[in-house]
Design a protein around this ligand. Sequence first.
Ligand code: DP6
Length: 337
Amino acid sequence: LMAQLTVASPTNIAVIKYWGKRDTALNLPINSSVSLTINQADLRTVTTVTVSKDFEKDRLWLNGEEEDVSASKRVQKVFAMVRGRSRQWEGMKVHVVSVNNFPTAAGLASSAAGYAALAFALGKLYAVEESYPGELSTIARVGSGSACRSLAGGFVAWDMGSREDGADSCARQVAPAEHWPELQVLILVVSDKKKAVSSTAGMQTAVETSPLLAHRAAHVVPARMLAMEAAYLKKDFAAFAQLAMQDSNQFHATCLDTFPPIFYLNDVSRAVIQFVHAFNSACGETRMGYTFDAGPNAVLLVQQQHAVQALAAVLTHFPAEPGSEASYVNRPAMQQE
Ligand code: DP6
């Protein structure tokens, strides 16, 4: 007896950032967050999950290399949550083969795509019925917080919730990508090196040492979440881009406020920030926004009608290295292959 499923899972880029946990075992955040789902052929994770009674043990291969599943608490927790919700396939073992074709741990949210794919595929194979909308996203969340936002397409909020067991800390689609198809992103890969401080470690040190982070979670993000969702629903680009830029900047300010400080942005990242502000002021309106995750790579936000102008300006200021490709990204949703 055997069953197999392959899913292509998108990554996501937060425009209101998740940074800080109130529960590190369950990945329960200190604030809500919201992201754009990015599903571009060369920016997703393809994961094949096979369930069989002939397998001796659970095994996992990431980009061709076998990982020690028994040593990964996150993967163990995801398996346990799925198995705890289904009697189907009882006693069977799982083999997972996951490949992503974008820089792992370079701040392009690759763990998000991976755990979303794992939760989605296992949920399907084990025939897990959601007992409330978003339950499957709580399984992805236990793998990696940001992963819960990759199960839906478009604009997806992760509501922080208040329960201790995390059942209400789940994802909710604000609107599908078709609501605002003109909104696109341009990704500038400044470095594909693995980041020096992982998100998991960085945000924990921040929770312990940064008073700015505590202030942000309690007094800044709640109003920003409401304003951000409203801007997306109204397709108000200027408001959307401005909130995204401010939130990215505040997140990186909390990194500087962490002790010892953490630096994810580099000189090129800061030059990109200055370039976007100069571009907008030359245009006399906000035509470009930016956001940076836990790494130096820039995600630029543009609308289709200004994309060519924006790309031309970017390439003039930051000539692409020979052989590199500027990736210009559209945003549909998760696909089952
Ligand atoms: C900067 O989801 O990778 O990308 O929950 O510890 O796995 P863990 O952290 P992770 O953190 C993502 C941080 C971020 C912001 C965001 O995606 O909201």
